[in-house]
Design a binder for this molecule. Structure first.
Ligand code: DSN
Length: 431
């Protein structure tokens, strides 16, 4: 019997839910491109007494007393992030990537009604880049750019023409479902031509950027936001960075009091831990493997006869285009779930079946690479995924067993201390 934690004694319902989630994470293959598994050190930092402290303001300029120790944690997070990204100034307080983007709008000095340009959600952009149901689309005049109809890649000539015609005050580059390299320098040339502030949202690729596996947005982009929990493998949260002094004060003011109150000091400490980890040589190796794994997966899927948008990937993710397969993204997601793989349906650019059917499935390799998957394992997994999608009426039990057997070679959190949930061997039985 595992040792009972405080949580187990105080709130057995939430404890059981935590164990059930641990079991789900351990017994399925996580391929949602925006998810990852943090280290135990990151989780430990996020579960500390730092959660008790209010610290509105910035280090050494707080609105509360007693901030001298949390100041040190935040200062460490800031210094490490600056070193990691090569940023001039960093604010580590954003509660999420969406919050960081909202603060970036304020820091850029935008007024409601101003024109901004961002990537269309259905082409791979993010909600906060101008979706009509998000604050960005509700309060700003959005001009969306998409990918090239033929290549499905960003076409910088088209983006330039759109910018010249609409004179946006801010241009956002960055995406949630774009599998190719983003040319930040080309975006900067366009932004300079129309006098726009350039914001890069590198939430998806941050881990690749800091490891040199994707070009950096610095020094090209005035403002840069990222989440800390995707390829960067930290706790859930966001950060906002400035390339030079001109936006340094503005990003602090925009985050607090602009859009947030008290920062989450326990999460900021966990961000500091994640940044330290990301500065290590082993993280470079990890990020490289994420990309190699995505390429191995892309090759396995295309060799088996599936189509991918842009034909492959340069990053940590790929998008399967199911328009030729007589199956929807939703059905594909459900099929994968049945064989033990977690993924998400996704729009594909210019989907001929839209808005009735979503024809894509997005797959990412960050979480499985954390578990130790290599290219050989990815090739096997790609074969199983392709088999399920190309022949959905076959009995799925053998595929599920094969997925389980593959996952068993790469255990997740094999040495999890009891207070995070029960040890791996008991996880299946104690829920
Ligand atoms: N929801 C995230 C994703 O899945 O890409 C973006 O914020």
């Amino acid at each position: 019997m595992h040792q009972l934690s405080h949580l187990a004694q105080v709130d057995p319902e939430i404890y059981q839910i935590t164990l059930a989630e641990l079991h789900r994470q351990q017994s399925t293959l996580e391929m949602i491109a925006s998810e990852n598994f943090t280290s135990l050190a990151v989780m430990e930092a996020a579960g500390t007494v730092l959660t008790n402290k209010y610290a509105e303001g910035v280090p050494e300029k707080r609105y509360y007393g007693g901030c001298e120790t949390v100041d040190k944690a935040e200062q460490l997070a800031i210094e490490r992030a600056k070193q990691l990204f090569g940023a001039y100034h960093v604010n580590v307080q954003a509660h999420s990537g969406a919050q960081a983007n909202m603060a970036a709008y304020l820091a850029a000095g935008l007024q409601a009604g101003d024109t901004i340009m961002g990537m269309d959600l259905s082409h791979g952009g993010h909600l906060t880049h101008g979706s009509p149901v998000n604050f960005s689309g509700l309060y700003f005049n959005i001009v969306s750019y998409g990918v090239d109809a033929e290549t499905k890649r960003l076409n910088y000539e088209n983006i330039r023409a759109l910018a010249l015609a609409n004179k946006p005050k801010m241009i956002i580059c960055g995406a949630s479902a774009y599998p190719r390299v983003i040319d930040f320098q080309a975006f900067r040339a366009i932004a300079d031509e129309v006098g726009a502030v350039l914001l890069a949202d590198i939430a998806h690729i941050a881990g690749l950027v800091v490891a040199g596996e994707h070009p950096s947005p610095f020094p090209h982009c005035h403002l840069v936001t990222t989440t800390t929990h995707k390829t960067l493998r930290g706790p859930r949260g966001g950060i906002l960075m400035a390339a030079d002094e001109s936006f340094a004060k503005a990003i602090d003011k925009a985050t607090f009091p602009g859009i947030q109150g008290g920062p989450l000091m326990h999460v900021i400490a966990a961000k500091a831990v994640a940044f330290k980890e990301a500065l290590s040589p082993s993280f470079k190796q990890y990020a490289k493997q994420v990309r190699l794994n995505a390429q191995a997966l892309a090759t396995a899927l295309t060799d088996a006869g599936l189509q991918l948008t842009t034909g492959g990937t340069d990053t940590h993710l790929l998008v399967i285009d199911l328009t030729a397969n007589n199956i929807s993204g939703k059905e594909g997601q459900a099929l994968l779930e049945e064989i033990g793989i977690t993924a998400n349906k996704n729009t594909i650019p210019n989907d001929p079946r839209s808005p009735f059917v979503t024809s894509g499935i997005r797959l990412g390799t960050p979480a499985l690479t954390t578990r130790g998957f290599d290219e050989t394992a990815m090739k096997t997994l790609g074969g199983l995924i392709a088999s399920a999608i190309l022949n959905p009426s076959q009995p799925l039990a053998p595929l599920r067993q094969a997925v389980e057997a593959l996952g068993a070679n790469f255990p997740l959190y094999p040495e999890l201390p009891a207070h995070y949930g029960c040890p791996v061997k008991e996880a299946a039985t104690c829920v």
